[in-house]
Design a protein around this ligand. Sequence first.
Ligand SMILES: [Zn+2]
Length: 462
Amino acid sequence: MGQTARTTKLLLDLSEREQGGANRDKRRYLEETVAILDDARVFYLDFFLAHPNKLMERVEVVSKHTGEATPRLLSADKLLTWAEFETVETDAHPDPRPQWNFSQRFPDFPNRYRRSVIKDCIGKARGYLTTLSTWQRSGKRKGKPGVPTAANHPTLYAGTYSLSLDELDLRKSFVRLKVYTGKQWVWVHYPTRYNRYFEQRRSEQGWETESPKLILNKQEASIHFLQSRTITAQKIVESKRDPDLVTVAVDLNVKFLAVVTVRQHGVIRETRFVSDHGLDQHRYGHLKRSAKKQWQSGKPVKGERSNQQLWAHVRRQHGDCAHKTARAIVEVCEQYPGCVLLFERLRVIKPKGGSKSRRLNRKQANQLKGKINQLAKEKAYASGVVSVEVNPHGTSQYCSRCGSKGVRFTFQAGQRVPGKGGKLFFCPACHYECHADFNASVNVHHSFFREFHWQPRPKKSG
Ligand SMILES: [Zn+2]
């Protein structure tokens, strides 16, 4: 049993009006809303930090099961009620504390937004006070925790937004948001960049919806829908006893990002190669050019695309590539319900040898591997597949058919040229020949079942 979460983005269409998007004021309203919510958060953060004793007050809570009374922190709901009583004007309670009068500072502030802000601040302030007291008790001079910042993405509780996605014409779908115009709070319709993929994820069975968040960037505005799900999967020890168990092994590499092999009853049933489509070469080209320019001039070249842009470019490509590769791996798993996903434990390799840009490129490739590994595990778990890390020892050096030590080689002009970087694998004992990454992927199954105790290469005769 475990929990998993995921986010689905719904982009708001804020392009120019003639292209069917919203007008400029709509973008400004969103900015105003984020700003006023941040201001409100500053207010409540100050308020809570001025009352640390209330925030950390402990009350006796009687357990329903055992009947024992244990001291606990005040619940967030109780704190919220208390904070509202102290700061908000109501008919029943017309005078809150004069120096903390929220209703005067922020007239007509919607209740739902106020509550989301207060809850947010309770979490922030409590977290800060806890780390602060730990730091004080530790007696250290360095590392004093900083006061939390008030900025955050607005959480949209029910009552501050509504979705109209059930229209027949999906292109006309929009979301209704309560926003601040700079003077007052109004409901505004925002057209969305709606897609089928979003609807499919939103209505998928078994996922529980949580409060969405409004994310406002320089380039785009979107609503992030959070969903969570409880996963029930068999324990690995139990699945290992199953004679019909399907194992899906993944070997992560550079040119072929992933080689996926599926095995059942000791036989490889399916293989999938996921190529990087030239990403490694492409990245190397960028790094080489930037390194050369820096070396020639001693500093980043003016007028050229800056390194910052270059790294953003690489980062985007990696993110995209890692998601797609992880998806491809999970797609294989989904065909075999109840299977187990096997990975090699990633080794920490420090790239050495070659030029600076080459070393840099290796480092990036390693990072991409880590990312694919992490994403594939998460995505697999969301569909109920558990992954296992196996010992990587020997998987790329030994023969997956007989278990003796083999050699790597390449074909050059019809001749076998042995070499460390060779893409092909040859076993001198049983004369098995195959793609080196495929061999490694098959060996991952062997490593999981502990079938081979890798034997040394037989001595050459004659
Ligand atoms: Zn062999």
